[in-house]
Design a protein around this ligand. Sequence first.
Ligand code: SF4
Length: 421
Amino acid sequence: MNEKKKFAIVTLGCKLNYAESASMAREYLKKGYRQTTPSAKADVYIINTCSVTEHADKKSRQAIRKVLRQNPDAYVVVTGCSAQLRPKVLGQMEGVGALLGTGYRDRVVDVTEQGQKGTVLLGPCHADGRFFPAYSAVGNRKDRTRAFLKVQDGCDYRCTYCTVPLARGKSRNISIHEVVKQAEEIAASGVKEIVLTGVNTGDFGKTTGETFLELLEALSGVSGIARYRVSSVEPNLLTEEIIRFIAETENFLPHFHLPLQSGSVEILKKMRRRYHPQLFKERIRYIRSLLPYAFIGVDVIAGFPGETEEDFFQTYNLLKEVSPSFLHVFPFSLRPGTRAAELPVSERIKDNVITERTNQLSQLSDVLYTLFMQANKGRKEEVLFEGRASGGKMHGYTRNYIRVERPYDEAKINTIEKILL
Ligand code: SF4
């Protein structure tokens, strides 16, 4: 028994990584370890890395060096997408105890218990349908109102700028029955809101012959969960049926996240995306026709190789026309191992042009968000109060994802209240 041993988890990247870190934490706690914060001295550190951009890889290496400065004798386990894609780089870092690919997160405690320096577990992360179930609700203060629930992993698409399929393998999922069981566990911990997450979430059902809509229908019946948010869904997978279900189901919130990436047919072809800009427009319009105040966040990439001024303005004007609530703007980042990296160098966009286009889209996002907020002024909305904010306040989010602050009242934390915006 080693209950005195302290562990800390450093998580980088997406909601999926946060859910998986929380599940790894639960395994250590079950074994009698005590959790501490990443900035404290611990016997074991787990670094759950991200590799979505060059910068994310760099931050992952910095996180490893930081914990080793805090305790050079600690046993350091490195896992996550950067471990899967950059094993040589991370494996050679001084002081790393174990390197686990994205298919081996369920082995973190075993490997820690063995404590062998230089342990490496790598391989195709979807081998024999391997799926690491995960959700982030361990009952501590931060996680007690909203939980991320992983319903799907991996991706079978081959977007030319993306390394995620290389890091997380083929699209796969656990059964609806198992997801519902986890949602019930989350409800039992007192959490009221669940965010459904995955890599290509809308592709749920690939390995069980079920559908994403069937999953949503089953989850809507779990008692105790008052709110579901669905994270990013590919436009071609966000069917009108799913939009209608969300619009007609009380505990599914009017909050959508759609990756557009480009509004130019030519660039979408080069990206190997699976929809036409027209379909994207129709999806936004259909959402607005059923849910006029829905929050719609859109991902867009600036400066993909070969993007002309004309292509860029097709994207810009499309977004102005459909007027989503917010843009997540990503300057194009060349990733080794992707098809985009093989495109002729002559097609690459100059850094200053990428920066200029990124700024233009960010400014457009500010305008769109202001319009969204103004449209909601004077409306009544339900808020789930989550926790302390600065200045003696508490904060929470409306159903359509507007952040609200009110004077702090402990009794109102994790309660839902109708307020006037
Ligand atoms: S859908 Fe495309 S961008 Fe999204 S994870 Fe799959 S390959 Fe990457």
